[in-house]
Design a protein around this ligand. Structure first.
Ligand SMILES: *Cc1c(COP(=O)(O)O)cnc(C)c1O
Length: 457
């Protein structure tokens, strides 16, 4: 079917235009770490899809009319209603962003020695598990290991290994199962409803709570409608409701599918657990009717949560991602297949075979995209999850050397993505000219945010 994005620009923001010489100076000054670049030196910012979506005129109108009351604000009731009709959870707590939701929930579910099991923990999610002295264990399905395979649900959790864990000697240590939809750390791949239902049955049979990390609940629902048998006739809203219905609760960053700059929530069924979370929320985030958010955020989210489930919007967004994937392939750059929605994951290891893992080909490609085109993106490879020795030499590489091009919601148009594909094509014509990098300084925790690097001639 022919289609188009069901929105148009009404207010626009200027994009900086820079020269290669200016970008070379800026990247060197940033220690070759894109997180240190000033945004006014970036032209196309594909670092993240978090908080970077364009808000609608109606969201801004709602934000202007927000009720800033400390307790019982009307904005909170609108926010709660939007979440209630989506999740049907009786207990809904606002928090300022996803990682705060993680800290508040996990503090009340995990503890020292416990295990959190997931298809893949997102980086802050893992950090919040580990800060409690618990272990974050990733059980991605076997299909995920083949980057080129066209399996439709490579975000699934590995049910066989999950069952072994829940029936084996470590069963008593499992504190929760957390299913990330879509699987951001696992190539942005979706989770099928069949897999989620089976994981839920297993968890419940063994008395372990199961939660969603639901940052991209709408995009996962869209991919289920497209790919899973029996779901073709359903709306994304029906699928999302079913997913929330299969589990005991969720944490969700709403900076993604809430299409707003800030926000998140915790949803729960268990009243006793909800009460403990609420106490920690009030002590550390804010009162239960704002949770660290401004009233304008609550109202933007109440609308964003409905706009994101518009099938025309989701169809246009998925089509844009698929089109960029095809342009990248035509330019000679392989991506993790099949393309998802919120990001494309470029196979840098394959594009730059002259660079060993210890020279960080993903980082090299990300730097080259910036130098050649002012495009900012993030490495997901050995720099991100490889193991380093005390001299910052790589001892255990990551299984893949990827670069994530995150696609902000409603922000860029075809012209921008055509440009990205052209720059990728330029790099792919002469890949041997791309230099490797070495680590100059690396902090011990969350290192990819704070690394400094240098090119190796
Ligand atoms: C973004 C994200 C988080 C953390 O949310 P923030 O709002 O950035 O704190 C957690 N899990 C997943 C899957 C995410 O994508």
């Amino acid at each position: 079917m022919r289609t188009f994005p069901p929105y148009r620009a009404q207010v626009v923001a200027e994009i900086p235009v820079t020269t290669r010489a200016e970008r070379e100076r800026a990247l060197a000054a940033a220690g070759y770490n894109a997180f240190n670049l000033p945004a006014n030196m970036v032209s196309i910012d594909l670092l993240t899809d978090s908080g970077t979506g364009a808000v609608s005129a109606k969201q801004e109108a709602a934000a202007a009319a927000a009720d800033r009351s400390y307790a019982g604000s009307e904005s909170f009731f609108r926010f709660r209603e939007a979440l209630s009709e989506l999740t049907h959870y009786p207990h809904l707590l606002p928090v300022h962003q996803g990682r705060a939701a993680e800290r508040v929930l996990f503090t009340n579910v995990l503890g020292r020695g416990k295990i959190s099991v997931s298809n893949t923990h997102f980086d802050t999610t893992r950090a919040n598990v580990e800060l409690l002295g618990a272990e974050a264990r990733d059980l991605p399905c076997a299909e995920f290991g083949d980057l080129d395979s066209l399996e439709p649900f490579k975000g699934n959790i590995n049910l066989d290994v999950l069952e072994q864990l829940l029936t084996g000697p470590e069963a008593g240590r499992v504190g929760m199962v957390l299913v990330t939809i879509t699987n951001n750390g696992g190539g942005g791949q979706p989770v099928s409803m069949a897999n989620l239902a089976a994981a839920s049955r297993l968890a419940r049979a063994h008395g372990v709570p199961i939660f969603l990390d639901a940052a991209r609940f709408a995009e996962n629902a869209w991919l289920v409608v497209q790919r899973e048998e029996g779901y073709a006739g359903k709306t994304p809203r029906e699928v999302a409701e079913e997913a929330f219905g299969l589990v005991d609760g969720c944490v969700a960053s709403l900076k993604k599918d809430g299409i707003s700059p800030m926000g998140a929530f915790i949803g729960l069924r268990d009243p006793e657990l909800a009460q403990r979370c609420e106490a920690l929320l009030i002590a550390t985030e804010g009162f239960r009717t704002y949770g660290g958010l401004g009233a304008h955020d609550l109202d933007r989210l109440a609308r964003g949560l409905r706009e994101v489930l518009d099938p025309h919007y989701l169809e246009a967004r998925a089509a844009e991602a698929a089109r960029l994937a095809q342009l990248a392939n035509e330019a000679g750059v392989d991506i993790v297949q099949p393309p998802g929605i919120h990001a494309l994951y470029l196979n840098a290891g394959r594009l730059l075979p002259h660079l060993p893992a210890s020279r960080f080909p993903g980082h090299s490609l990300a730097c080259e995209l910036y130098l050649a085109g002012g495009i900012r993106c993030a490495e997901l490879g050995s720099l991100y999850i490889g193991e380093l020795d005390e001299n910052n030499e790589l001892v255990t590489p990551a299984p893949f050397e990827l670069v994530r091009l995150a696609l902000p919601r409603r922000t860029y148009s075809r012209g921008h993505y055509d440009y990205v594909a052209e720059i990728l094509g330029d790099i792919a014509k002469n890949p041997e000219s791309v230099p490797g990098y070495r680590i100059v300084e690396a902090p011990k925790i969350l290192r990819h945010f704070n690394l400094t690097m240098a090119p190796v001639a």
